[in-house]
Ligand binder design. Structure first.
Ligand code: GTP
Ligand code: MG
Length: 316
């Protein structure tokens, strides 16, 4: 139907002017899909338009939404095309099913010096490698909330990977976020930088530190979780839209409810738990060895890998 051509926003729907559109958006009906699933009578009631007009608007919204059905084999082909970043450790890559994947959030949690930041540095270098050589031929947005970003460390890791260290450093966009507002803004404003620079990895190190210090105590938990949820949602959106990987580090606490076994639990509660596609628990072993446990993954079984933190970066 020619009439539906060019319908992208709800104000493009027949019978819905700017005022009605604003009113609907204010009630949470902010995209075509939400109108498309409405019963015309409900839309009439919500908007104040006639039922006949509402029928027309819903119909147009349904025709304009671009829901497509794919077979599982198509989905499988698409999934195989999703980029992956090598971690430096073959054992860890195998545990992850081929490295850290794009279009997903990978979370590394663990105590201090467990290797969360070092793994982030290694991914920051490796994502710059060509596709098929462990990388995605892309650049990096590094959001540093703990002032632990170390260019000299990147330099050594890049040299060891056979790269020109200056090139490697110039491919990394670093933001030092000093409060949650800056951390949130860094992500809100990232879209253009990502597009213009072929960014294929976003690192947030650490995701929770500022949220934790700014919202202490139970009283602030609701507000914290709400802000965190929006922030993570935005990261997930960018990773889907731009086919990029998101790697976040997270802190831990001892869960007093766990009486037997390891009480170490990532912070961030349910919101964090649901948002991370893949969760890795890093812990110190002897000397430079670190044990990485795959705690949660949509496609790989739980298991462990041992990696080493060496002067040249992460190795087996
Ligand atoms: P927090 O941020 O404190 O929670 O810890 P983290 O998990 O981010 O720790 P990080 O990744 O910084 O790991 C720190 C460990 O990496 C240190 O204990 C060192 O063993 C190792 N490390 C850090 N820098 C170097 C380096 O330049 N060379 C080598 N060989 N090891 C390093
Ligand atoms: Mg760290």
């Amino acid at each position: 139907m020619a009439k539906e051509k060019g319908i992208k926003e709800i104000e493009d729907l027949p019978g819905i002017g700017p005022t009605t559109a604003e009113k609907l958006k204010g009630m949470g009906y902010d995209n075509l899909d939400k109108i498309a699933v409405l019963d015309p009578h409900s839309l009439a009631e919500l908007s104040g338009m006639s039922v006949d007009k509402a029928k027309e608007a819903v119909e147009a919204a349904r025709n304009a939404t671009t829901l497509e059905f794919s077979t599982a084999s198509q989905v499988y082909e698409e999934r195989k095309a999703i980029g992956r970043i090598a971690t430096g450790s073959k054992e860890l890559d195998d545990l992850l099913g081929g490295g850290v994947e794009a279009k997903a959030i990978t979370e590394a949690y663990g105590k201090f010096a467990s290797g969360k930041t070092q793994l982030g540095f290694q991914l920051t270098v490796n994502v710059q490698l060509p596709v098929g050589k462990g990388g995605m031929d892309g650049k990096v947005l590094f959001i540093d909330t703990e002032s632990t970003f170390r260019p000299e460390r990147i330099e050594s890791i890049a040299k060891a990977a056979g790269m020109n260290p200056e090139d490697a450093l110039s491919n990394i966009f670093v933001v030092h976020a000093q409060n949650t507002e800056q951390q949130i803004l860094a992500v809100e404003k990232a879209d253009k930088t990502i597009r213009e620079n072929n960014i294929k990895l976003i690192v947030v190190d650490s995701l929770m530190a500022l949220f934790r210090s700014e919202f202490p105590g139970r009283g602030a938990l609701g507000e914290r979780q709400q802000k965190l949820n929006a922030h993570i949602h935005k990261l997930q959106g960018l990773s889907d839209k731009h086919n990029l990987a998101v790697y976040v580090t997270n802190q831990v606490m001892d869960n007093p409810a766990i009486l037997f076994g390891d009480p170490t639990t990532p912070v961030g509660g349910n919101i964090m738990a649901h948002a991370a596609t893949t969760r890795l628990y890093l812990r110190k072993s002897k000397e430079d060895k670190r044990i990485v446990r795959l705690v949660d993954s949509p496609s790989m079984p739980e298991g462990e890998a041992v990696m080493k933190i060496t002067p040249n970066g992460i190795k087996d």
